[in-house]
Design a protein around this ligand. Structure first.
Ligand SMILES: Cc1ncc(COP(=O)(O)O)c(C=O)c1O
Length: 446
């Protein structure tokens, strides 16, 4: 727990060079809350009662109107920078995909389409949540506008582009660490948005992402982590949870059996898992769907960690929730707590430089592995590792369904194709996939 006056409750104060997986997790007191039923088009307004910043603001004496005005002003700034603000994104059952994949009329594939979101992906959700927090902290006097530290992120794709838009909208300086082979068009766009772009060469013999290693130095020197990685900034997960809250509202009580999520650093899957769990606790969905994750044969550090945690567990209770089995929450929590104290036995940088057409899920490490492994084990989901052919097949299907997503954006669908083949998903079941990123000519997605 951070002290109440800690202005940046982002990273565990005890995080250091030990082998412990330190992560800050925002905990919602669901017993004291109701699931928001408002119709505001901006998810940060609609779901404000579920946000840490909102409760902080109220405790400091702001009222609901002042908070919504603050969000409204930030939203207008985002729209001025990116020509669109944050809006609840569409969800629909794809008749075309459901038929082609052999689902019955009872089951099917639901697509949550993020391709029209701010900056063309879901990433801005994580960062808008952070910006709102930073603005509230300033408004209530936890921090001073005259003394704003720079923001920093390591990415050369969707996360960086979203961060540049959101930081610009908030009038904040952003430093972006990128690999030397970052796409020229992306670097140009970041610079046009006013970001300071720092190329980071890979050092021979040094495992791990060089841009991420450089980011770590910058954070140690006092920059604020404006990242989409929960280990660097636990609060970044919260903004991503708006996807799950929206899904819960849009399903309007229809039970969903599975959700299949592409995983790079793991913040997206971690956010969906936590958001769905909270939505179920608040009675907004009848049950949490099984959460499956998708990585590529190019790099699958999450699948490696899952296998190691699973090996520590007693056999599943045979509750028949699929090939992944279903374990008791306390057994899972015990195994994960033990794993967290020996992080390097479970999660370490992928040994070789990975490649894939799904560039956004090629992270050397799954930074948010612990929450995601836990969600798979407790919901009965499983990790799926897909081939390049599968990724291409899914992307073509996504295009046939009329959505201009890139191969990272349709990677969840690639995982669903594998799950169907393995009969881990049945034809009468309902499945959600997230089309997370728009196709951009020639640009990387991470
Ligand atoms: C389009 C898209 N989808 C999914 C992901 C994976 O998200 P995460 O890194 O949070 O696992 C990324 C990450 O870059 C992405 O760009």
């Amino acid at each position: 727990m951070p002290p109440p006056a800690e202005p940046y409750p982002f990273r565990c104060a005890r995080a250091g060079d030990d082998d412990v997986d330190h992560v800050m997790v925002r905990v919602l007191d669901t017993a004291a809350l109701r699931f928001p039923r408002g119709g505001e088009p901006d998810p940060f307004a609609r779901y404000r009662f579920l946000m840490h910043a909102y409760h902080l603001a109220m405790a400091a004496g702001l009222d609901d109107r002042e908070y919504t005005e603050l969000i409204g002003a930030l939203g207008r700034s985002v729209a001025a920078v990116d020509s669109r603000g944050f809006r609840v994104t569409p969800l629909h059952r794809s008749g075309l995909l459901s038929d082609r994949l052999g689902f019955s009329p009872r089951g099917g594939v639901w697509i949550k389409d993020e391709t029209g979101n701010v900056s063309g992906s879901h990433k801005g959700r994580h960062l808008m949540g952070l910006l709102i927090y930073l603005e509230v902290a300033e408004r209530i006097g936890l921090t001073a506008a005259a003394d704003r530290p720079d923001l920093a992120i390591a990415s050369c794709g969707n996360a960086a582009q979203a961060a540049a838009v959101v930081a610009r909208a908030g009038g904040r300086a952003l430093r972006v660490f990128v690999p030397v082979d970052a796409q020229a068009a992306v670097v140009a766009r970041l610079r046009a948005l006013g970001s300071d772009v720092v190329p980071c060469p890979r050092q021979p013999g040094q495992p791990g992402d060089p841009a991420y290693l450089r980011l770590r130095q910058e954070l140690a020197a006092g920059a604020v982590p404006f990242t989409c990685q929960g280990n660097e900034n636990g609060l970044a997960i919260e903004g991503g949870q708006t996807i799950a809250y929206e899904l819960a509202t849009q399903l309007a009580g229809t039970p969903m059996d599975h959700i299949v999520i592409q995983v790079g650093g793991g913040a997206l899957a971690s956010a969906c898992a936590q958001g769905l769990r909270e939505a179920a606790e608040l009675g907004a969905i009848p049950r949490v769907p099984r959460l499956h994750t998708v990585q590529t044969t190019g790099a699958h550090p999450l699948e490696r960690a899952y296998a190691r945690v699973r090996a520590r567990l007693p056999e599943g209770d045979g509750a028949g929730r699929g090939a992944g089995g279903l374990w008791r929450r306390d057994d899972v929590e015990r195994a994960l707590a033990a794993a967290a104290h020996h992080r390097s036995d479970y999660m370490w940088a992928w040994e070789s430089e990975p490649t894939s057409i799904a560039t956004g899920i090629l992270d050397d490490e799954t930074y948010d592995w612990r929450a995601v492994v836990g969600a798979m084990l407790t919901t009965g989901g499983q990790p799926v590792v897909v081939t390049e052919d599968r990724l291409a097949e899914a992307n073509a299907l996504g295009a046939a369904a009329g959505i201009p997503a890139d191969p990272t954006g349709t990677a969840g669908l690639a995982g669903l194709l594998d799950l169907l083949q393995a009969r881990a998903v049945g034809q009468d079941e309902r499945v959600t996939v997230l089309f997370t990123g728009v196709r951009r000519d020639g640009a990387a997605a991470s």
